[in-house]
Write a protein that binds this ligand. Structure first.
Ligand code: C2E
Ligand code: MG
Ligand code: MG
Length: 712
């Protein structure tokens, strides 16, 4: 193919008016033929030129040879041989040939096309090609183009495989998987998601994914989702899903953004993990940590947290918060007499009743024991608080019928209000507690608002209590002695031991102040035992000094008297000190006898049997009748100072004193008038026939040495 006119070289003539070829600059040393060959060799597509007549491949470019897998050897230029080499399977070969032949038969030459034709290349590799045969009738040639599709078909296949595997995996995943577009509409959901939501595939697709979220959580989740989409970021969250079947699942949702090739956000793939079990155990742990197992009410920790929250809210909104501290009035007695199981039952019923009577939004908690506390996070007036107090009282009015017992109980309520009574949790709770104690102090079934003054009293009480705890050990306690005389003969017949406490911090504290406190705190047991031992030791010392023994009277507090070990304690001390039981007199107030008549009777009987003398102190102040006393083995009645004080001017008091003296005599008991301060009183009592007296007129309480000097 030589010559400069490429038109001729290509022989591009025929019936069609030939188009002029663009003028190509032929590089030096090249002919149009070599140019064309180079061009063909650089095409990425295989090209072969065959003569239709002879069935011979006349030309093949480089791409063709690459697909074919070698050089076209002489023998292969023959189409038959070529077919035999690329279609080793005779059936396949016949099929291809038939097609070509039929194409030829039908009007000479027809363009033909095979897609995805499998051939075997020279090196034995299977290839997938697409072939087009383009007849060029005027040249009696056939041009074949061959395109190697092996790689792209393989990749398509791999993609399909991977897609299928993804589908299988997604379907089998124990985690819900949802693919959504940027609007949040579901494009693909897996089986687990459908199970969780209870939706069919049709229902699930094209639907806003967070429509499945529980209405209570939906807003929060939607907000999170929207902000993630706006920023093209991932998102996470826990929420409940309300299944169409009515079941509720707790799930953890994690969405990862997916971007298209240009980096535009295309949507999200969200995994949805069922965390219901974890939530359930968390809830159980919460129950244990925050709820009282007996009443199922919130406990102290929960209450403190709630209060903290309420205070934070109240500070912002400038509102008041009330804390009502409720304590049962007689729970200890009920527990002691009917047993702990019964006590538990009662607490439970009380919890139920109180819960039923509180308003929505208020929290009732049990702090422990018989202490309940009510939090009113939103109050404005005291009137509102009192309305709640009234409800609590009403709830407690009816008796509790439990295990066949009918039990009445009541509560004392202390109230502290934010901000006036305290600005923080601890202060409010402490002040409500203080107010509750104040309410109790005024009698049962009362309520009391906190006041600063109360705080001062509590503080004093606390200082007293702390001081008293150490009083015995620090030798701050002493006894003083007040003589008792026979009014007729003037003889010294006895002495009353009276306790004194001189505190280095608080100074001299009167017994009227510290003894009730010692009773409340239980310190009285230690202190009382000390007094008893000290009094007996002193009596022993006087005897050792050669004094005539006199009766030594020791005061017993109610708690001490009702204590089961009293008799043993007294016996032990008497044995230790070698004192005769008759030399000891124990004084108890009549109110103690009234408190528990049976125990009192038993104790008095056994003490009396041991030979110990018994006196009723402050008689007349406790409303008991003398006749009532006749059942008790009492040696002496001490007429209370209150009746002696105005005995010479108040006929009523005189009459009472006279009756007591007369009746005591008829019951073979001795009467002793306390607090005799004047000679007139002494004379008056003498006229009434009062056998014994005690009082400042005859002798003030004095030291042991001073008293020893009085003894004969
Ligand atoms: P009490 O047993 O009735 O003791 C008599 C109280 O009257 C004593 O007060 C005594 O100092 C006071 N007193 C005696 N004569 C007169 C008088 O002529 N005029 C006036 N105005 N008072 C007189 P004190 O020592 O202050 O004791 C008060 C109460 O404390 C006692 O009343 C007793 O109930 C209790 N107490 C004292 N010591 C003890 C003790 O060791 N144990 C217990 N449990 N209670 C004690
Ligand atoms: Mg006394
Ligand atoms: Mg007295």
């Amino acid at each position: 193919m030589a010559g400069s006119d490429h038109r001729d070289d290509f022989g591009n003539g025929g019936d069609v008016e030939p188009q002029p070829l663009p003028r190509l600059g032929i590089p030096p040393g090249h002919t149009p033929n070599t140019v064309l060959q180079s061009v063909l060799d650089h095409l990425p597509i295989g090209v072969a030129i065959n003569t239709t007549e002879k069935g011979i491949i006349g030309y093949a470019n480089r791409a063709f040879l690459e697909i074919y897998g070698g050089s076209l050897k002489e023998e292969c230029t023959d189409l038959e041989t070529f077919f035999a080499s690329v279609f080793p399977d005779p059936a396949k070969r016949a099929q291809v040939r038939l097609r070509i032949l039929s194409g030829l038969a039908e009007g000479g030459m027809e363009p033909m096309q095979w897609d995805d034709l499998r051939i075997t290349s020279q090196d034995g590799a299977e290839k997938i090609v697409s072939v087009r045969n383009i007849p060029i009738p005027e040249l009696d040639l056939m041009v074949s183009t061959v395109q190697d599709l092996t790689l792209s078909r393989y990749m398509e296949q791999a993609l399909r495989e991977s897609e299928r595997r993804y589908q299988v995996m997604a379907e089998a995943s124990p985690v819900g998987i949802v693919r959504v577009d940027t609007d949040g509409l579901c494009c693909h959901v897996n089986k687990r998601w459908r199970e969780i939501t209870g939706l069919t595939p049709i229902q699930a697709l094209g639907r806003l994914w967070y429509e499945a979220v529980h209405p209570d959580d939906r807003e929060a989740i939607a907000e999170r989702w929207n902000s993630a989409v706006a920023k093209g970021r991932g998102f996470k969250g826990e929420c409940r899903i309300k299944s169409d079947g009515g079941k509720t699942f707790w799930v953890f949702v994690q969405g990862e953004p997916i971007f298209d090739q240009s980096g535009r956000l295309e949507g999200y793939i969200a995994t949805v993990t069922d965390i219901s079990r974890r939530k359930r155990s968390e809830e159980e742990i919460r129950q244990l940590a925050y709820y009282d197992s007996l009443t199922r009410l919130p406990n102290r920790s929960f209450f403190l947290e709630q209060l903290e929250r309420a205070l934070a809210a109240a500070r912002r909104a400038q509102r008041r918060v009330a804390v009502l501290f409720c304590d049962l009035d007689n729970f200890k007695d009920i527990n002691d007499t009917l047993g702990h199981d019964f006590g538990d039952l009662l607490l439970k019923s009380i919890g139920d009743r109180l819960s039923a009577s509180i308003r929505r939004g208020d929290t009732l908690s049990r702090l422990g024991g018989d202490e309940f506390v009510l939090l009113l996070p939103w109050v404005t007036t005291d009137g509102e608080i009192l309305a709640v107090v009234r409800k609590i009282k009403d709830a407690m009015t009816a008796p509790f019928m439990l295990n066949g017992h009918e039990v009445f109980t009541s509560t004392s309520i202390g109230i502290a209000v934010f901000p006036e009574d305290g600005k923080d949790v601890q202060t409010l709770l402490k002040h409500a507690d203080t107010a509750m104690y104040a309410a109790k102090g005024r009698g049962r079934n009362r309520y009391q608002f906190f006041s600063e003054d109360m705080n001062r009293r509590t503080l004093n009480r606390l200082r007293l209590e702390n001081g008293l705890r150490q009083a015995v050990d620090r030798n701050e306690l002493t006894l003083v002695w007040q003589p008792q005389y026979n009014l007729e003969s003037g003889a010294l017949v006895g002495v009353e031991a009276l306790l004194r406490w001189e505190s280095p911090d608080l100074g001299r504290v009167p017994p009227g102040t510290f003894i009730p406190l010692a009773e409340e705190t239980g310190l009285i047991h230690g202190i009382g035992a000390w007094v008893l031992r000290e009094a007996c030791l002193q009596a022993r010392r006087w005897r050792d000094q050669g004094k005539q023994p006199v009766r030594v009277a020791v005061n017993l507090s109610g708690k001490q008297f009702l204590e089961p070990g009293l008799q043993d304690l007294v016996g032990k001390i008497l044995a230790e000190t070698g004192l005769a039981p008759e030399a000891l007199e124990l004084e108890i107030t009549e109110s103690v006898l009234m408190r528990d008549a049976q125990v009192a009777q038993r104790t008095l009987n056994s003490l009396s049997r041991d030979g110990i003398q018994l006196a009723i102190d402050d008689f007349g102040t406790g409303y008991s009748s003398l006749l009532y006393l006749k059942n008790y083995p009492v040696n002496r009645i001490k007429i209370a100072r209150e009746f002696i004080r105005d005995i010479t001017t108040e006929p009523n008091d005189a009459a009472i004193a006279e009756t007591v003296i007369a009746m005591a005599r008829s019951l073979s008991m001795n009467a002793l008038a306390e607090g005799v301060e004047t000679r007139e009183q002494a004379d008056f009592l003498r006229r009434l026939g009062c056998p014994e007296v005690q009082g400042f007129y005859f002798g003030k309480p004095m030291s042991a040495d001073e008293f020893g000097a009085l003894m004969p």
